[in-house]
Design a protein around this ligand. Structure first.
Ligand code: H13
Length: 253
């Protein structure tokens, strides 16, 4: 039976999926919808291009709240030979995280809310001139079909939450974040038979957006310097990792 405690949606192959709701379902839904709306807003006004390397473009808007830098960040990239599903899977799944993350000391799953939503606790490397940071966030992966013909959009959202299993222990400071990776697969010169699609026929348009509050004062210039260096580094390392991992595997649409 379908009740208020269930969510009905369509999966990758348009079959109906019924999921049990959990205590954060409404939050997850709201934040996912916000990101889907925000992703198509352009960056022509008020955004600075802080890094460009081939197809990769990293923009930010300088914003401070109570003297703390909380610059929104928006990155665009096009990656050849991988799908949005593959990128999102490698970004979301715990087992691959430490292979591509260079800014973490540790990561662990502290709760499974449903098969697509986990709560993580992570300890970040001390990369800036201040106390060490940790984070506690739900991480949700989702596939959204746009139309019969188009490839679905895949996304992952990481959003800060509090959790009894992750109390804040000073002097460690808690990062507050709202991050999304949104990916769209494009099939170039599609062969007549979809079965014949090769990696050379696919590319993926990636958008990565991050709102991160360091949770306590950090010198502005130092923090902006770290962000300018680390986000492009993350994008380059993460996307190369996925290309490498999927090279000889069947394509995951
Ligand atoms: O998105 C990235 N990593 C995710 C998986 O580990 C976790 C991330 C997150 C961060 C913080 C809180 C909650 C979730 O989504 C890649 C992150 C790359 C980071 C580059 C370093 C940025 C330095 C600026 C820090 C501002 C305080």
């Amino acid at each position: 039976t379908i009740t208020d405690a269930t969510i009905v949606s369509t999966s990758n192959d348009d079959s109906l999926v019924i999921k049990d709701k959990h205590r954060l379902s409404d939050d997850v839904e709201r934040i996912v919808q916000e990101h889907l709306k925000y992703v198509s807003e352009d960056v022509s006004h008020g955004w600075d291009l802080i890094h460009q390397d081939g197809e990769m473009k990293v923009y930010r808007r300088e914003v401070e709240e109570n003297g703390i830098v909380v610059d929104p960040l928006k990155c665009f990239h096009t990656i050849k030979g991988v799908t949005g599903h593959e990128l999102c899977q490698y970004f979301w799944e715990f087992q691959y995280r430490m292979d591509w993350e260079t800014t973490l000391d540790s990561t662990k799953i502290i709760e499974v809310l449903d098969p697509d939503t986990m709560v993580f606790f992570q300890v970040h490397k001390r990369v800036w001139p201040a106390a060490q940071r940790d984070s506690c966030f739900w991480s949700h992966i989702r596939c959204i079909s746009n139309s019969e013909e188009d490839q679905p959009t895949w996304l992952v959202v990481n959003y800060t939450t509090s959790h009894p299993l992750a109390p804040i222990k000073s002097p460690q400071v808690r990062l507050v974040a709202n991050v999304a990776l949104i990916c769209e697969t494009i099939i170039c010169e599609p062969p007549l038979n979809p079965q014949d699609i090769k990696r050379e026929n696919i590319q993926c348009k990636l958008t990565y957006v991050a709102f991160v509050n360091p949770g306590g004062w950090v010198p502005s210039a130092a923090l902006r310097g770290v962000a300018k260096r680390e986000y492009p580094r993350f994008l380059k390392r993460f996307t190369s990792y996925v290309i490498e991992q999927t090279r000889n595997k069947p394509i995951l649409f």
